[in-house]
Design a protein around this ligand. Structure first.
Ligand SMILES: [Zn+2]
Length: 62
């Protein structure tokens, strides 16, 4: 199981931050869509909790 800890709190997801994120499943680029982080490559959707993207494969929705 892959763990990803987010080291700092961010009030909202900005473009610079999104550019740093990658899908933990396929390392693809991601974008924010409807309060989720969506992988452009494999289509997994990662939840955003309290403004923090939860980049965990186990949390992803297909
Ligand atoms: Zn992916």
């Amino acid at each position: 199981m892959q763990k990803a800890l987010w080291p700092w709190n961010v009030p909202m997801i900005d473009k610079d931050l999104l550019a740093l994120l990658a899908c933990p499943a396929c390392k693809g680029d991601v974008e924010e869509k409807q309060e989720k982080i969506v992988c452009l490559q494999c289509g997994r959707k990662y939840p955003i909790r309290d403004g923090i993207p939860v980049m965990l494969v186990d949390e992803a929705q297909k």
